[in-house]
Design a binder for this molecule. Structure first.
Ligand code: XMP
Length: 430
């Protein structure tokens, strides 16, 4: 079923996403598009019931007027302009449109139907993907993270075997993570999946490299090279699937908003790959992406997993990565996750993990002096990852985790709990 659509044109407001969410909460699908969209571009979106000029018609950003193309006024589509009275100076906030006025515009003037739900969204996207791709093939880097997993499931639903997924195991994945990607996508969803175990290659490149940014660069760069090599072996690929979601677009900067940070996932591929992009999630917020994954039948654990950095355990095995410490991070992380799940903390705590520093401390095992590594546990809560507070984990749970790590993880004789909020500490150690 085609969903009715309210288009928000971005005229430099910082409130685009808030308005979009507000409309979706009213049950009507909304999308945000750049202010300079053409009439044809708008028509191609289909089912556009109304247009909101968000930021006002006479908005000036960086000294330049931000105006829509005049042809848009003659399309016969109901249009309102939300002109925020206040400036966008730091700490003033713009006022939001009155909910009642918004309702009246959407339901009475635009006569939109409240038919936005995940089932309809998936149906629409499946149709759009089929139209875009036709009989051709799509390549997707499937990391196993929420976004790439959901986009893979969506593409499998739309084009089945025309999708080629490549999963690169860089050797820095969590315990059983790559296995679970293969299990879910190849065995259960019958995806066309190429699994590349590049562990040795990554660990080789990372040998003796201790600078965190250098490590990230190597991991990201090597990922692209491995992916390109795999892509080069395939024939007849015209499209590249990407798990871009709306916050990625905002953070990477829009035509009227400055960049917050570059999109820094390991999956971030270079533009010169020369494929046309297929990005069916690019209008969704994170919670909607998860809901979409559930509707597509992905396992709950995969869809609701905590954030995991692109460079993986590489930035949790502190300093120059060694195999024994990498194993200690992987094993202690698995114990932490298991015990947090057992205590129900996995549903409460935003992010939790272990790190292993690159120095040793003295201890005693079997009546003998040992000189071994330590594991540090970190458990934090946050809304946007910009600031974070620690989770005050129950002492007994921490003791149990500590005892298990000391008993089950090789080369470890000490466990610590990180008490630091962000700022001044960051969430990750590197
Ligand atoms: P920090 O350490 O900056 O982390 O407080 C904020 C959030 O970002 C994640 N993070 C990364 N994610 N690539 C990623 O994809 C990275 O290089 C990276 N570094 C940090 C971190 O896990 C936390 O959720």
């Amino acid at each position: 079923m085609k969903q009715d659509l309210i288009v928000i044109l971005d005229l430099g407001s910082t409130q685009n996403t808030v308005v979009a969410r507000e409309i979706r909460e009213l049950g009507v699908y909304s999308e945000i598009h750049p202010h300079d969209i053409t009439a044809d571009g708008l028509k191609a979106l289909e089912n556009v019931r109304g247009i909101i000029l968000n930021g006002g018609e006479n908005r000036v950003v960086d000294g330049q007027p931000v105006q829509i193309r005049p042809e848009l006024y003659h399309l016969g589509i109901p249009m309102i302009s939300i002109d925020y009275p206040q400036s966008e100076c730091a700490v003033t906030f713009e006022s939001l449109p009155d909910r009642e006025a918004l309702k009246q515009f959407i339901f009475e003037e635009c006569r939109a139907h409240a038919n936005w739900n995940m089932k309809n969204f998936i149906e629409d996207q499946v149709e759009r993907i089929r139209q875009q791709v036709g009989e051709k093939k799509v390549l997707l880097a499937l990391s196993g993270g929420v976004d790439s997993s959901v986009v893979a499931a969506m593409l499998i639903r739309a084009i089945g075997q025309q999708l080629v997924c490549v999963h690169v195991n860089h050797g820095l994945m969590r315990k059983n993570e790559s296995e679970s990607v293969v299990n879910v996508f190849r065995d259960e969803l019958h995806a066309n999946l190429i699994y590349v175990d590049a562990t040795e290659r990554f660990l080789g490149k990372l040998e003796n490299v201790s600078d965190p940014e250098q490590k990230r660069k190597i991991i990201g760069g090597e990922f692209i090279r491995v992916f390109e090599e795999e892509a080069g072996k395939l024939e007849g690929i015209d499209f590249l699937g990407q798990g871009t979601i709306y916050p990625d677009i905002i953070e990477s900067g829009t035509k009227t908003a400055k960049m917050v940070k570059s999109h820094h996932n390991v999956g971030g591929l270079p533009e010169d790959l020369k494929f046309e992009l297929v990005e069916p999630l690019k209008q969704l917020f994170k919670d909607e992406v998860r809901a979409c994954g559930v509707e597509l039948g992905l396992p709950h654990d995969m869809v609701y997993r905590q954030p995991f950095p692109g460079p993986g355990l590489g930035v949790r095995c502190l300093g120059a990565i060694t195999r024994d410490r990498l194993e200690a991070v992987r094993e202690s992380d698995a114990i932490l996750r298991e015990e947090f799940a057992r205590a129900g903390l996995d549903k409460k705590v935003w992010q939790y993990f272990t790190v292993v520093p690159d120095f040793k401390s003295v201890g005693m095992k079997n009546n003998a002096r040992v000189f071994e590594y330590m594991v540090i546990i970190r458990a934090i809560n946050t809304v946007d990852a910009m600031t974070a507070s620690i989770e005050k984990v129950d002492w007994e749970i921490l003791e149990k985790i500590t005892n298990r790590i000391l008993a089950e993880v090789d080369h470890v004789n000490r466990v610590c709990f990180d008490m630091s909020p962000k700022p001044p500490a960051t969430i990750e150690f590197e």
